[in-house]
Design a protein around this ligand. Structure first.
Ligand code: BES
Ligand code: MN
Ligand code: MN
Length: 460
């Protein structure tokens, strides 16, 4: 154990250089422009797994981007941990808002700036190096380990479920360990036990066969932008922020009193939170706190809306079309397909008969997940955090989604542990994404302790 930690300390600089190499690969998963870079990142991942000393290391082709797998099953009688992460990243636009090149990793004030530094290359890399440290210094791991790193998380993991169901035996495990979430602060360790789900749709409204003169036709032909806006407004109550789609809340697991008490312990201030992102103040569903709203309650969001004249100057036009992309963050036990259907039915039921309405579903749907907080992996996570941070972690539910967690939980009947080392101000999916170096080094230590604690707790 001591040697493992020493290995990680001694090799810190060269490991950071390796991580930078990983981050230089622009493995953007959406679109088709970066297919070669995706292959490069998969190959880099494969080399990392081989370097650890994992067996059966392989790049598994899918209909989309490849999945990298490796395993070490030398701990007879011990349980099996499946480490999951993703090597794909989000696009980098708007480029002009980055202070440094997103794919030229730069350390400044103890922070590593690059696309993917926190989400998720920098975090999955922590596992590569801890496993490597165990193998190099002990010649073995405390438990059996399987590693799955995919390249489609940021587009909703469309091919991982098939891979999962086809390879249930290969992927069989007791615990799923993931570092792809964040903590409240450098000194406010947090373990996540819930993630939200997602359903994503587009609404297209059309009236005439082409744009019209707004003087000749305005007032006699419906304006699709107006119609679309009215539809969207009817999806959410402006006073209570409750989603008005009939049946939307039907399957939501309500927050228990005890859980609300626990969540209230999070060191959260609405004012500071609003200020940190430059917003005037917080808002949200009546009857819930901000912590509850983001992690434990579902929401309806308009992600984009367009149509008509948006260019320079003026144009008196009656547009023929209007479009909106909308998504709903879901919580356990809402089913994304059911919610998508409820939304589609509702939109069609409230749409006037003056326009044509089309609702299409995107395929980056995902289920919410809830991890039992008393599983051996979760107990080990709390003990490991205590060892490194000298205080007990906060337990919370996260607003973001890692849809595959619920699928793995179900298919493999294993308990997830979301032990993330990001921070709320890491700028995920945004310009100037970063990971604090101390989060990486504390991550090395915490994951090392986690393996020790988990092995101890599960030893027969
Ligand atoms: N790592 C994030 C999820 C996340 C974000 C966890 C913030 C904790 C805090 C993940 O890579 C992600 O961005 N997921 C997408 C999923 C979607 C594309 C299906 C998300 O949440 O939007
Ligand atoms: Mn991620
Ligand atoms: Mn992400």
């Amino acid at each position: 154990m001591k040697e493992v930690l020493e290995y990680l300390e001694t090799n810190h600089d060269s490991m950071l250089e390796e991580l930078k190499e990983y981050l230089r690969i622009p493995s953007i998963s959406t679109g088709t422009k970066n297919t070669k870079d995706i292959a490069k990142a998969a190959d880099f991942t494969q080399k990392q797994l081989k370097k650890i000393g994992l067996k059966n290391v392989k790049i598994h082709k899918t209909k989309g981007h490849p999945i990298v797998y490796g395993e070490w099953l030398g701990a007879k009688g011990a349980p099996t941990v499946l480490v999951y992460g993703h090597y794909d990243v989000q696009p980098v636009e708007p480029l002009n808002l980055w202070n440094t090149d997103p794919f030229d990793p730069t350390v400044k004030d103890g922070k590593l700036f690059a696309r993917g530094s926190a989400d998720d290359k920098g975090q999955v890399f922590i596992h590569f190096k801890v496993l490597e440290a165990f193998m190099k210094t002990q010649g073995k791991m405390p438990v059996n380990v399987k590693v799955v790193v995919e390249g489609e998380e940021e587009i909703g993991s469309p091919n991982l479920v098939t891979f999962l169901n086809k390879n249930k035996k290969m992927l069989a495990c007791d615990t799923i360990l993931i570092s792809d979430t964040h903590m409240e602060g450098e000194k406010k360790p947090t373990i996540t036990y819930g993630l939200r789900g997602l359903t994503y749709l587009q609404v297209d409204v059309t009236s005439a066969k082409g744009d019209l003169h707004s003087g000749t036709f305005g007032g006699s032909i419906a304006n699709p932008i107006q119609v679309l806006s009215e539809i969207l407004v009817k999806c959410k109550d402006p006073k209570t922020s409750k989603v008005k789609i009939p049946g939307f809340y039907k399957d939501v697991v309500p927050l228990k009193k005890k859980e609300r008490e626990e969540l209230a312990k999070m060191p959260h201030s609405d004012q500071k939170f609003a200020k940190s992102i430059g917003a005037k103040k917080t808002f949200g569903e009546a009857g819930y706190t901000t912590v509850e709203r983001t992690g434990s309650r579902p929401t309806f969001e308009v992600n984009g809306i367009w149509g008509g004249h948006t260019g320079d100057g003026v144009k008196t036009v009656l547009p023929a079309e209007a479009h909106a992309k909308v998504s709903m963050r879901l919580v356990a036990n809402q089913d994304p397909d059911t919610i998508a259907r409820l939304f589609t039915d509702y939109v069609k039921s409230i749409a006037p008969d003056t326009v044509k309405i089309n609702v299409t579903l995107y395929d980056n749907n995902g289920n919410a997940s809830l991890s039992p907080i008393d599983s051996p992996g979760m107990v080990a996570a709390q003990a490991a955090v205590k060892k490194v941070y000298k205080k007990a972690p906060f337990l919370t539910r996260e607003g973001g989604s890692i849809p595959i967690v619920a699928d793995m939980q179900k298919a493999l009947k294993a308990a997830p542990v979301l032990l993330g080392f990001g921070l709320p101000d890491d700028n995920l999916h945004a310009p100037n994404e970063k990971m604090n170096i101390v989060q990486i080094t504390n991550g090395y230590k915490t994951v090392t302790h986690w393996f020790e604690e988990y092995a101890k707790a599960t030893a027969k």
